[in-house]
Design a protein around this ligand. Sequence first.
Ligand SMILES: Nc1ncnc2c1ncn2[C@@H]1O[C@H](COP(=O)(O)OP(=O)(O)OP(=O)(O)O)[C@@H](O)[C@H]1O
Ligand SMILES: [Mg+2]
Length: 254
Amino acid sequence: MAIVDLQGITRTYRTGSVAVDALRGIDILINRGVFASIMGASGSGKSTLMNILGCLDQPTAGTFKLDGEDVSTFSKNKLANVRNRTIGFVFQSFHLLPRTTALENVELPLLYSDDNLSWKEIHRRAMNALEIVGLADRAKHNPNELSGGQQQRVAIARALVTEPKMLLADEPTGNLDSRTSLEIIDIFQTLNKEGLTILMVTHEHDIARFSERIITLRDGLIISDRKVEPVQAKTALVNWKEQDAVVIENEVNV
Ligand SMILES: Nc1ncnc2c1ncn2[C@@H]1O[C@H](COP(=O)(O)OP(=O)(O)OP(=O)(O)O)[C@@H](O)[C@H]1O
Ligand SMILES: [Mg+2]
């Protein structure tokens, strides 16, 4: 079944007398377990679409069914619950709390959930999420003591800790160098192989080709939606090392 079913979604922003049609009629079906990219020029409506998918914003018109349920019928409580645990968010600028350890950042969504988990359980789940992203040994570090890639991994752990059904990532590699971007995408591919649905906004075609479907927006409309054979980040990382090794060898020969 489709985890996301969008029909005729529009979003008009009104600021005073000015109206901006950020989305002008979007239909998308996304099945569970898919890793899809959303591309398009700046201002084409990608973040607007992500905000609607994340239930952070509501469309002006159209229907959005999340896992078969019409989101417009959700109560405030249910919406908060969906944002807290059905969906995980990752942003370009990490959005970690400063002066708060990696572990505490990851624990945060569990403090806001209504499960009444014990401190011990919260701690255990957060450590587990940090282990998944390979950062258990940095649990006590504050964000300013971590590299950009490590901060993004903490943000991914925070998104995963509530075991969401879907991960929404808006330019997750936008602030990272290409090698670190590959490492982040490798984590996404691993999570996706375990069944997590991932929707990722990116400007870069080189990043989009690691997903299996590329949806492109222009001026609030979908101009293309195609399936592709995804490149494997693990292979790209291995090749990357070989490339570096060749360069080093050449330098030695000179
Ligand atoms: N809160 C807002 N109020 C008014 N207009 C907005 C608002 N948010 C976005 N817009 C407008 O809606 C359009 C789509 O914006 P959106 O942020 O979705 O684009 P984007 O594809 O994410 O761009 P970028 O790649 O730069 O992040 C733009 O014309 C933008 O100026
Ligand atoms: Mg954007």
